[in-house]
Design a protein around this ligand. Structure first.
Ligand code: ZN
Ligand code: ZN
Length: 297
């Protein structure tokens, strides 16, 4: 049943800056003059309950479930299905990390960041609050910088200093749900003092994460077959393992990467990125031919 007819189109589809699922829910609720927490409680929590995914003993029921719906597990699948039904849209799967986890064969545990983060420059570029949207990338646990603007993501309101809930009660995107202040400030640019510095690592992680999201989007849009994609991923991981093996100090790590090229052992996104950074091995090289974004086919 389409309870929210004429729901807005998700923003950034087909790009690394595609919208997040909770952000989309907030915009649908805004468009229907409904507090997003009401929409969440009325539409999503019953769906989690129906699928036995509801945990009523949490201190903060909404926060726990809202965070899980941005991930790559059963909550995300249930949230995509439910929101697709109530909005009548068929393009919401890429707003979660379901495709990213599937394409990268990454464990769903630990894929979502704990709190809500945002890049004020991205929001400033969007324009006024009605045009702002939350990027899915900001929810990825390994990302804490914006690769486009080279700044750290923010996680606290510059006015009241408080972190923001994933699902707010009744607020526009980019506005503090607790004190009502606009969350757009001008943060300091991350200026890496050297190629091995912490700032350089954060920017590299952010760039590679956007490449990973882009690859997943491209696979979805181009309809690359699962088999050819998996073959490409295995070949990419074996090439990385060979590279690590040739480098004397990294033999243990090479063995670890070799196990990931099998199907049973999925790395956490943290473990994967840590090794990619160590070897300065870009995500694009994990998908050698079949799945490279932007490739004509
Ligand atoms: Zn940005
Ligand atoms: Zn505030």
């Amino acid at each position: 049943m389409t309870r929210f007819p004429g729901a807005p189109e998700p923003k950034g589809l087909g790009t690394p800056y595609v919208e997040s699922l909770t952000g989309y829910l907030q915009r649908v609720a805004n468009a229907h003059a409904l507090p997003s927490s009401n929409m969440f409680v009325d539409e999503l929590l019953p769906a989690f309950r129906d699928r036995d995914l509801y945990r009523g003993h949490d201190r903060d029921i909404v926060r726990h479930h809202a965070r899980a719906m941005n991930g790559a597990g059963k909550h995300a699948r249930a949230a995509v299905e439910t929101l697709s039904q109530v909005t009548g849209r068929g393009d919401l799967a890429s707003l979660s990390f379901l495709t990213v986890a599937e394409v990268g064969k990454i464990a769903s545990t630990g894929i979502v960041a704990r709190g809500k983060r945002w890049c004020p420059h991205c929001w400033a570029d969007d324009g006024n609050t009605a045009d702002r949207y939350e990027r899915k990338l900001w929810n990825l646990s390994v990302v804490d910088a914006c690769a486009a603007h080279r700044v750290a993501l923010q996680e606290r309101c510059p006015g009241c200093g408080l972190p923001q809930p994933a699902i707010a009660s009744d607020v526009r995107v980019g506005v503090c749900s607790l004190c009502g202040r606009d969350l757009v400030i001008t943060p300091l640019a991350l200026r890496p003092p050297g190629p091995g510095s912490e700032a350089a690592r954060r920017l590299w992680y952010a760039e590679q994460a956007s490449a990973l999201v882009h690859a997943a989007e491209a696979v979805e849009l181009l309809g690359v077959s699962k088999e050819s994609l998996d073959a490409a991923r295995r070949a990419g991981l074996r090439a990385l393992a060979d590279h690590l093996e040739r480098h004397g100090d990294w033999e243990g790590v090479a063995g670890q990467v070799e196990t990931w090229s099998g199907s049973a052992n999925r790395p956490s996104i943290e473990a994967l990125f840590s090794i990619l950074w160590q070897a300065r091995w870009p995500v694009a090289r994990l998908f050698p031919d079949a799945a490279r974004p932007g490739r004509d086919r």
